[in-house]
Design a protein around this ligand. Structure first.
Ligand code: SF4
Ligand code: SF4
Length: 198
């Protein structure tokens, strides 16, 4: 069972209790038409403590963090920030709507690649995403999808087969390390400052 802690503090700081369900966030959301639960519904679930419903929604993986919902909210609820918090909680708990497993795998492969190289290595991203995706559902069609596009993209200079490395890899590594510390602190229901002081 999930205990109350850093998640509750975070969404409270983002003013979840001020939401009065006007729906303006959902009306402006560019991804609303493909979401299973629009942002105002996620806010409703979070506001009344139905966190399991929120973390299992497809919407949290479809949100593109454009901030439109936050900008439109008449109650200054940081709706986009709360969507981020719900997604982060789902990530920490390893929860994902079955329809969004591949989306999550793509995000993981993307972050792995940036962490390792300091920038995106497209070949590695595609290889990891396709292999992990195939191992998750054994769908051969998705494994081969778009493979014929590669030669054309390479020819037009749109795809770097061997990728590259950033000169600032140490900076990128420090960013990832810091984020992991914050995530670990949140998982232990501590503030990052509390975690730092043991
Ligand atoms: S716009 Fe703000 S107040 Fe209205 S439903 Fe969305 S979060 Fe709640
Ligand atoms: S931040 Fe996410 S939920 Fe908010 S409007 Fe953009 S896509 Fe929709």
């Amino acid at each position: 069972m999930r205990k109350a802690g850093s998640f509750d503090k975070a969404v409270s700081a983002l003013r979840i209790e001020r939401c009065y369900q006007c729906g303006k966030c959902s009306a402006g959301c560019p991804m609303g038409s493909v979401m299973d639960a629009p942002p105002h519904r996620i806010m409703q679930w979070v506001g009344r403590g139905a966190i399991d419903r929120a973390v299992n929604a497809e919407s949290i993986w479809l949100c593109v963090s454009c901030q439109t919902c936050t900008a439109r909210c008449p109650q200054t609820v940081d709706t986009a920030g709360i969507m981020d918090e719900v997604r982060a909680l789902a990530w920490r708990e390893g929860v994902c709507s079955p329809a969004m497993v591949r989306t999550k795998l793509f995000l993981e492969a993307f972050l792995d690649s940036v962490r390792r190289h300091g920038r995106l290595n497209e070949t590695e991203l595609i290889a990891k995403y396709k292999i992990r995706g195939f191992l998750s559902d054994y769908k051969m069609a998705l494994l081969l999808k778009d493979s014929m596009l590669a030669p054309r993209l390479i020819k037009r200079g749109k795809f770097r087969l061997f990728g590259g490395k950033s000169g600032d890899r140490d900076v990128i590594k420090r960013i990832f390390d810091k984020c992991e510390k914050v995530a670990a602190a949140e998982a232990n229901d501590k503030t990052p400052k509390e975690a730092h002081h043991g």
